[in-house]
Design a protein around this ligand. Structure first.
Ligand SMILES: *[C@@H]1O[C@H](CO)[C@@H](O)[C@H](O)[C@H]1NC(C)=O
Ligand SMILES: *[C@@H]1O[C@H](CO)[C@@H](O)[C@H](O)[C@H]1NC(C)=O
Ligand SMILES: *[C@@H]1O[C@H](CO)[C@@H](O)[C@H](O)[C@H]1NC(C)=O
Ligand SMILES: *[C@@H]1O[C@H](CO)[C@@H](O)[C@H](O)[C@H]1NC(C)=O
Length: 633
């Protein structure tokens, strides 16, 4: 339930009777009316809550005063249809309490700066409410000092708290000042928000909130990160304190530091972390939750279950999430490598051509045999012999010269076609042999599961792990139960995981696409991706309700808009790439590629030996029979 604007109406019904004392108002009613309306229009608030200190009563309330307040409420709710309610501090904290979160963009008004208003606000409201959630307006007398009123009240950095004072010089003009603190205990800072007068209305600020408040004045921010080379890497001094983070995230936070004028202290987290069912969280998430650090500068997948524990910055980049396996080392024997260059129909056409030309030669010989007695006996070849020679011609062999011109012409045509065909065949064969094709054992997670020989790992104690733990996808569920649960020692970062992929032949590891591309250069095997599991968005993480979220987001957006983030992604990513890509891309033909050919030769030798032996045996037996017959004779 994100919005429940009607709560405001309900509050209104609870306290439909005014119970305010005299002199709640310290300005003429028209000032309240106009100024509150202008502020509301500026911030687009859906509901206005007047907080006051007086829980009793009609008796203490002057008639005039009552009328003024009624006018004010009528003006806002009847004339402008803004839900408006009056409520005292005690009632607000007991009746509404934490459910104020259901009011969308509320505007809280304190009508005066009296002692009891201050006390009620400081002790009954400011102690528990998330100050930055509503917009605040308070009306001050000119004598009241900010320091006195806000003594021990913490106005967070991202809180919109406006103080209205009358201008000492111009009558009827109200000066609106916004106040905030960089952190608890730091000095109260104030700057002019705008001015209001009845004729011109509100003249608000020119810039947005975080352009006005763009300075943390040296505030120390505790940063955590994870040793995850190469995108976040710690540098330590001799006392083993972390002095700096380098890599992509290191560069980003250095830019942020410059823009925010803050300082960083660093703390190492062992893992990204996740939340256990009993509500305690581990790793960097746990550190954020337990207020050990303010900011985690490393890549966090934006997942909904993490939102309960931490808040995210604006997205830094998006990438895909999938499993990688080691490229199968040996490519399989390509049985069809020597026939594949030509399609079956071309082979058929060649065979037909050979038969046709052989037939033509035989035919010509027959025709000439009638006329030319010279050809009658020795020089005539049989069809099978001619077939053999023509086939030889296609294997770059010569043919016996014929004395007949027509046959020579046919020979010429055969040679010409053979040259063209052999050249084309050789070219195609070469490219076919050098381009390595290998067969992936599987390409999907389903295949991985069915293969049964592979192990599967993700980074332990991370979003990757809880993704599998909590998924509703059936395959992922089985994968988690059958494979992931068995892994007792999960990798602690992406490099570690991918090194394991290279070390073990049958290890699949889930990682982000851009990390895999980056780390491919650092590991000594070729990684092969499986199909994409999910698209994911990467951001950095902050404490829940961190006051610095707005200013950090504004600066990240600024970095993105002026292209620095993109450039950083490119340089950090590609510096690494050029380092490793020196390796030669030469590929030599391996013995496996000519296995079919070798087998063919061996078979041919074997068969010809066999035939030779058979011929010998038959010849011998014939010879012996002849001998016997001649002896008998
Ligand atoms: C309020 O709404 C107006 C118009 O819808 C818009 O231009 C303005 O930016 C909004 N102001 C804030 C603070 O959201
Ligand atoms: C940054 O913060 C320091 C410490 O408060 C302050 O002295 C300095 O003026 C600030 N720098 C800028 C540019 O505002
Ligand atoms: C939650 O459970 C873990 C182990 O399962 C334990 O270490 C931790 O102390 C528990 N936290 C709380 C708050 O109970
Ligand atoms: C994840 O699983 C835990 C325990 O199995 C459950 O309490 C929690 O609600 C789940 N979260 C999501 C987002 O499904």
């Amino acid at each position: 339930m994100f919005c429940k604007p009607d709560l405001c109406l309900i509050i209104g019904l609870i306290v439909f009777v005014f119970d305010l004392t005299w002199s709640q108002l310290i300005r003429p009613v028209y000032v309240y009316e106009g100024l509150i309306k202008s502020i509301r229009d500026y911030f687009n608030n859906t509901c206005i809550v007047f907080l006051h200190s007086n829980s009793n009563l009609i008796e203490t309330q002057g008639l005039m005063e009552n009328e003024h307040l009624l006018t004010l409420q009528r003006y806002l709710s009847m004339t402008h249809h803004i839900r408006t309610t009056f409520m005292d501090f005690h009632m607000f904290s007991t009746r509404i309490g934490q459910s104020y979160f259901h009011i969308k963009r509320p505007l809280f008004i304190l009508l005066n700066d009296y002692e009891d208003t201050r006390d009620g606000f400081a002790h009954q409201i400011a102690t528990w409410i998330a100050m930055a959630y509503p917009t605040w307006v308070i009306f001050f007398n000119n004598e009241t000092k900010f320091e006195d009123f806000f003594f021990e009240i913490y106005i967070p950095f991202d809180c919109k708290f406006m103080v209205v004072q009358s201008s000492p010089n111009v009558i009827g003009r109200e000066i609106i000042t916004e106040v905030y603190q960089v952190n608890k205990g730091r000095e109260l800072r104030s700057s002019q928000f705008g001015i209001w007068d009845v004729r011109n209305g509100l003249k608000g600020p020119k810039h947005g909130l975080f352009l006005r408040r763009n300075n943390l004045f040296g505030q120390n921010i505790r940063v955590t990160s994870i040793q995850d080379p190469p995108i976040s890497l710690f540098h330590r001094n001799e006392r083993n304190e972390i002095t700096k983070i380098s890599g992509f995230f290191g560069e980003v936070i250095l830019l942020l530091q410059e823009a925010l004028n803050c300082t960083f202290t660093y703390k190492e987290a062992k893992s990204w972390g996740m939340c256990l069912p009993n509500g305690s969280c581990t790793g960097a998430i746990g550190m954020l939750m337990n207020n050990d650090v303010d900011f985690a500068a490393t890549e966090f997948m934006m997942t909904s279950d993490r939102l309960d524990a931490i808040s995210f910055t604006t997205p830094i980049y998006t990438t895909k999430c999938r499993a990688y396996i080691k490229k199968p080392a040996s490519s399989d024997v390509k049985w069809d490598a020597y026939t594949a260059p030509f399609s079956t129909n071309i082979w058929r056409a060649i065979a037909f051509f050979i038969v046709l030309t052989s037939g033509t030669i035989v035919l010509i010989q027959r025709l000439f045999a009638v006329t030319s007695p010279y050809l009658r006996n020795d020089n005539r070849l049989r069809f099978t012999e001619i077939l053999f020679f023509v086939t030889g011609a296609f294997c770059n062999q010569g043919m016996k010269q014929s004395i007949l011109d027509p046959v020579r012409i046919v020979h010429f045509i055969i040679h010409l076609s053979a040259v063209v065909i052999v050249a084309a065949y050789s070219a195609a064969l070469i490219s076919f042999l050098t381009v390595k094709t290998f067969i992936m054992p599987f390409t999907t997670m389903d295949g991985l599961l069915k293969d049964k020989t592979y192990r599967f790992g993700v980074i332990g104690d991370s979003a990757d792990f809880s993704f599998f733990q909590n998924t509703s996808d059936k395959i992922m569920n089985v994968l988690f139960d059958k494979l992931l649960r068995k892994e007792t020692d999960l990798p602690s970062n992406y490099l570690d995981g991918l090194e394991r992929v290279c070390k073990d032949d049958k290890y699949a590891f889930m990682t982000l696409d851009n990390m895999a591309t980056l780390l491919q250069q650092k590991v000594d095997c070729k990684l092969e991706p499986l199909d994409v599991i999910t698209q994911t968005t990467i951001a950095m993480a902050l404490q829940p309700n961190s006051p610095y979220r707005g200013i950090i987001n504004a600066n990240i957006l600024l970095l993105r808009d002026n292209g620095i983030l993109q450039r950083l992604l490119e340089t950090q990513w590609s510096v690494q790439l050029s380092g490793g890509s020196e390796k030669s891309s030469w590929k030599s033909v391996e013995i496996g590629d000519i296995v079919p050919l070798l087998l063919f030769i061996i078979a041919a030798v074997f068969i010809s030996c066999l035939i030779c032996v058979m011929e010998r045996v038959i010849f011998m037996s014939l010879f012996n029979r002849k001998k016997r017959i001649s002896r008998v004779n």
